[in-house]
Design a protein around this ligand. Structure first.
Ligand code: SF4
Length: 242
């Protein structure tokens, strides 16, 4: 398909305060894409899960909307969702457009498909890989290993690219330590401490919230590999920001 014939479904485009992860507190333009093939039980953007949510735009219209929404002093543009990889080709084109404006681009994804990840990687400056634990109900247990293989392959590619890469894992009261430990073992077979910009443990919010004791035990497990681990809740929720 010719690039200019590409269509993209956007759920919303808005400026807010980054409330998660490494760069919390920065003024950010969020480009929320429609569509995610999964349904985590703690998902806080369920409206954007259906592939037909939001509105369809031509690539040119989407670029214009992004350009018109860019406020002064914007630190970065986040491609989020849904899962942006569901529309990887369009994300690559929009991110390329943002980079030309010398504004950093940021991908938030569960990285469920390494082939789609390869399409966007050249145009992304900050990569947040959201590893899933089996309790997230992201996929059934039969398909979890396939998901993990893809996530790990994306981590490998991100590290090799030397882009700023960090990991986020949402933990809930349902998260068990053993699968979490298994996940860490696999992650740190690929990533050295020096190749990661951070490891964020994010407690689920408003549903099956983990106890402090649980959070600290996950912290200790990560700390054994990576002593710069942080537990960071979604800070934007505390001020009612989207
Ligand atoms: S991957 Fe993200 S957008 Fe998709 S269901 Fe899970 S939390 Fe929601």
């Amino acid at each position: 398909m010719q690039i200019e014939c590409l269509k993209v479904r956007l759920y919303e485009v808005f400026t807010s305060i980054e409330g998660e992860g490494l760069l919390f507190g920065t003024k950010t333009l969020f480009v929320r894409l429609a569509g995610c093939p999964f349904k985590c039980f703690y998902c806080d953007t369920t409206g954007a899960i259906p592939m037909n949510s939001g509105q369809e735009y031509t690539l040119e219209e989407a670029r214009k909307m992004i350009e018109n929404s860019l406020e002064k002093n914007t630190y970065k543009v986040n491609f989020t969702g849904g899962d942006p990889l569901a529309q990887s080709e369009a994300v690559a084109e929009m991110a390329k457009f943002i980079q030309l404006k010398k504004i950093p681009t940021y991908l938030e994804s569960s990285c469920y498909d390494w082939a789609k990840f390869v399409q966007v990687l050249p145009y992304i400056d900050f990569i947040k890989i959201e590893f899933k634990t089996p309790d997230s109900e992201f996929v059934d247990s039969k398909h979890y290993s396939k998901l993990l293989e893809n996530e790990l392959e994306c981590l490998k590619l991100a590290v090799k690219s030397k882009k700023v890469t960090y990991i986020k894992v949402v933990v809930s009261a349902k998260t068990e330590v053993n699968p979490f430990k298994e996940l860490l073992k696999k992650v740190f077979e690929i990533a050295q401490k020096s190749s990661l910009a951070g490891f964020i443990i994010q407690p689920s919010y408003g549903i099956a919230e983990p106890s402090l004791e649980q959070l600290l035990s996950f912290y200790d497990e990560v700390h054994a590999y990576y002593n710069e681990v942080r537990i960071v809740p979604q800070l934007h929720k505390f001020i009612g920001a989207p």
